[in-house]
Ligand binder design. Structure first.
Ligand code: ATP
Length: 335
């Protein structure tokens, strides 16, 4: 059981402050996902936790033990990378057994641990293959298996699915969700750019912005009640529509936000009047882009196939309860 405590963590590379006073507590068995724009420090925070990077200030504790200056191999942490990093000349079995052989476990113990992990990851029929005889998704499962056999207290994933194609990503995401259920006491931290992975895998999401934690919360909490304009704009795809100036003035806010699925598109009535720029048909839903005179078009997400075309005059409508309001500093104003 591993509770992870990060206190006042700073990381500098030369003159650059990359992580600034990060404080985070992760209870045992929790699945936490780090998200944020490129370069915000997600991987650096993960690498500081693993010990691959030293910290410039602050402390890290696992189960009450200070591990700030403990070597990576002695932290009880395993890390899975997007590049898999398998040994090409070794079979799947030997790749998974490697760390256990170094630990000088008995042949029987190694065999039991590798087969147990292989069963959890549906790799049993592939144990004799070499990495080059596997698909990308299977290789990533071997990389995960190699980490599982070591019984880590904390599991770190750095964008593990980003090299896979769309269908394999979905499949492997579901496998990671199943894995999480079969290892209920293992704390997992996962870095991703993918909104769906973050929303579906996370017990809690940590949103990082320029080296600081912007908000921590359950996925739907962040989606429905973002604390700031930054989180509102970052969580959700397509992005939340943000309106300023005269569009927000009637709501006693500097900026207001409406999710694309909360907009309806009418041909007359009250609302934000504009002109359709284009409609994207995704099959099950359509995105209608409407110019209402803001810098960026508004996006309405409609179920099914919408019949709006370039040049149509439309009115966008949303019920007042779903509109989020933000003050001049970007903090959400509670209604
Ligand atoms: P991405 O989503 O693009 O992977 P990230 O949020 O994981 O980004 P990091 O890789 O943690 O971001 O990098 C954070 C910042 O630290 C970046 O500005 C990066 O250029 C810088 N950085 C990372 N590693 C080093 C290093 N070894 N030396 C100097 N600067 C570094």
């Amino acid at each position: 059981m591993a509770k992870l405590m990060i206190r006042n963590l700073d990381k500098r590379f030369g003159a650059f402050d990359i992580l600034k006073n990060v404080n985070l507590e992760i209870p045992s068995g929790e699945f936490v996902v780090f998200v944020g724009p490129s370069g915000c420090g997600k991987s650096t925070l993960l690498r500081c936790i693993s010990g691959l990077e030293t910290v410039s200030g602050g402390t890290l504790q696992i189960d009450g033990m200070d591990v700030t200056n403990v070597a990576p191999s002695r932290r009880g942490i395993a890390m899975v990378f997007q590049s898999y990093a398998l040994y090409p000349h070794m079979s799947v079995f030997d790749n998974m057994a490697y760390a256990l052989k170094i630990q000088k476990l008995s042949k029987e113990e190694i065999d039991a641990k590798v087969r147990d992990a292989a069963r959890k990851l549906q790799l049993e029929s592939l144990l004799d293959r070499l990495p080059r005889q596997l698909s990308g998704g299977q290789r990533q499962r071997v990389a995960i298996g190699r980490a599982i056999v070591r019984d880590p207290k904390v599991f770190l994933f750095d964008e593990p699915l980003s090299n896979l194609d769309a269908a394999l990503r979905v499949q492997t995401r579901l496998e990671i969700a199943t894995l999480k259920q079969s290892l209920p006491d293992t704390t997992m931290i996962y870095v991703t750019h993918d909104q769906v992975e973050a929303m579906t895998l996370a017990d809690r999401i940590v949103v990082l912005n320029a080296g600081r934690i912007e908000q921590v919360g359950k996925p739907l909490e962040l989606y429905e009640r973002p604390a700031s304009l930054f989180v509102a704009g970052f969580i959700g795809s397509p992005k939340m529509n943000l309106l300023t100036g005269k569009h927000a003035a009637g709501f006693a806010a500097t900026t207001i936000g409406v999710r694309p699925e909360q907009l309806t598109v009418a041909t007359s009535g009250n609302g934000w009047a504009g002109t359709v720029l284009r409609t994207e048909h995704l099959g099950s839903e359509s995105y209608v882009y409407v110019d209402i005179g803001l810098e960026e078009p508004m996006i309405a997400r409609l179920p099914g196939t919408a019949a709006f075309e370039h040049g149509d005059a439309v009115v966008l409508q949303a019920s007042e309860q779903v509109i989020l309001r933000f003050d001049a500093k970007g903090a959400r104003i509670d209604p």
